[in-house]
Ligand binder design. Structure first.
Ligand SMILES: [Zn+2]
Length: 296
């Protein structure tokens, strides 16, 4: 039987694996192996990916985070003046930078990123208080996960299309899609509006120990050991979702990699962190060529 056929049949299996909390961690998807879903052995990453913080340099983190906003706008990863990126600047991860409320991504400057404290209950009373959903989601993640040095949350078009499907999983169709094989948290649906602190806490708990989360009926969140690492993850995630949506749109049966090949390709990506750093540096060079004001 062709794997593509099995994949199609797995839609119902993945759906049945969804638990009442709305969360389908990779490990739980792995447990559906008997129904032919995802190989549990493909579950890896995390500790290795999130270890080794960069030397803390707030000025550099501001520039990198501002660049990430500008690049997200160029790649059409943003939606309106909502969505939020953040980056930790303290060793415990609780002091973090975030975009000003309702500032367009294409206009963000390094100096205007607001510095927040995940432990400060008066944050939303500040005159420069962030968007409520930014505080709920990013505050909860930075409070809970010191290793989440950068947290990028947005509603990219292809990922947003995929998370509206009964089975939002990304099949290993090519190298980019295989990057997410066995290491992505699939959240079947929102637990409530994103400006509800309970939803922020639920999301933070779900993504802990992982770096990629497909948020059902909402968007995506990625975390990384630096802004560059997280942006590369987000870049490839939307590319993988685009390939998946385009392949599905043909109506022809999919022909994904076998599990062993998908595992090996996914592991290959863990050896390619330097490529991501080089890609981010080159993208900043492009910004510098066209409009370096993000550095201001
Ligand atoms: Zn959102």
């Amino acid at each position: 039987m062709a794997f593509g056929t099995r994949w199609t049949q797995n839609f119902g299996a993945a759906e049945s694996a969804m638990v009442p909390s709305g969360l389908v961690p990779t490990t739980e998807l792995g447990q559906t192996d008997a129904m032919g879903t995802i190989d549990k052995a493909a579950v890896f990453i995390v500790e290795d990916e999130l270890s080794g913080f960069e030397e803390l340099d707030e000025a550099q983190i501001r520039v990198d985070l501002a660049a990430a906003f500008r690049l997200a706008a160029r790649f059409d990863l943003h939606e309106s003046v909502a969505n939020h990126f953040s980056a930790a600047v303290s060793p415990d991860g609780k002091q973090f930078l975030c975009n000003p409320k309702w500032r367009h991504f294409s206009l963000v400057r390094a100096s205007e990123l607001i510095l927040l404290d995940a432990d400060d209950p008066s944050t939303m009373e500040r005159p420069d208080a962030p968007d409520p959903s930014a505080w709920c989601i990013h505050g909860a993640i930075h409070q809970r996960i010191p290793a989440a040095r950068a947290v990028l949350h947005c509603h990219p078009p292809y990922a947003s299309a995929l998370i509206g499907l009964a089975d939002p999983t990304i099949p290993p169709l090519d190298q980019a899609t295989a990057r997410f094989w066995g290491r992505t948290v699939y959240d079947s649906e929102m637990g409530g509006p994103p400006d509800d602190p309970a939803e922020g806490a639920r999301v933070a708990e779900a993504i802990e120990g992982h770096s990629v989360m497909m948020m059902g009926n909402h968007g995506v969140t990625v975390v990384g050991e630096s802004v560059a690492h997280a942006f590369e993850e987000l870049y490839y995630l939307e590319r993988a979702c685009r390939t998946t949506v385009l392949a599905l749109s043909t109506g022809r049966p999919l022909s994904p990699m076998g599990d062993d090949l998908a595992d090996s390709v996914a592991r290959m990506w863990t050896r390619s962190a330097d490529q991501g750093l080089a890609h981010f540096a080159e993208m900043k060079n492009i910004l510098d060529r066209d409009d370096p004001s993000y550095r201001d």
